[in-house]
Design a binder for this molecule. Sequence first.
Ligand SMILES: [Fe+2]
Ligand SMILES: [Fe+2]
Length: 204
Amino acid sequence: MKSLLLLFATMGLMALASCTGTKPVKTIENLKAGIKGETTASAKYAAFAQKAKSEGNDAIAKLFEAASKAESIHAANHSKALAGLGEKMDPFTPVFEVKSTAENLQNAIDGESYEVNTMYPQFAADAKAEKAGNALKSITWAWDTERKHKQFYENALEALKTNTQNTLPLGYAVCPVCGNTYDKANMDKKCAFCQTSQDKFILF
Ligand SMILES: [Fe+2]
Ligand SMILES: [Fe+2]
């Protein structure tokens, strides 16, 4: 009887050890950093949109509004993935500065570049190594979207500098599932990242 109890106790400890051993610790930290980054970007772009509007840069304001929505979708997807791993985020306050629209666009380009070239490649590699499938999906959706945001922002800054804002998209569409962002005049019938139908897209 005693040895049977010992056996059960040992098995219990082994099961616990294997559980904690497989916990994707890097991915959990990465998702938390991602939620902070996306939530901050969403709030910052909303403020940048207001600033652009006040300067009469309506086309650029629309881009900031659409991107703000996309980043909030990324934050929500990362939060779901984090919850699926049994973790949650501590509350925090986004910190950012609003400057001129040209400076705000450069700030946005720098932020997107960091996410595209440094942050999300590392997060994706960690999620793959830790076999965190849901996290990898959320990370990939955000990574692919930020690449498009970076290009939209670069075009917008160029147009602002050359006073050719009339060449910018008149509006944008955001996929409510993955945050993918389109020039409204050039959407796919189904989201290229997650296959959500175009009629569900949020328009700006
Ligand atoms: Fe973005
Ligand atoms: Fe999508």
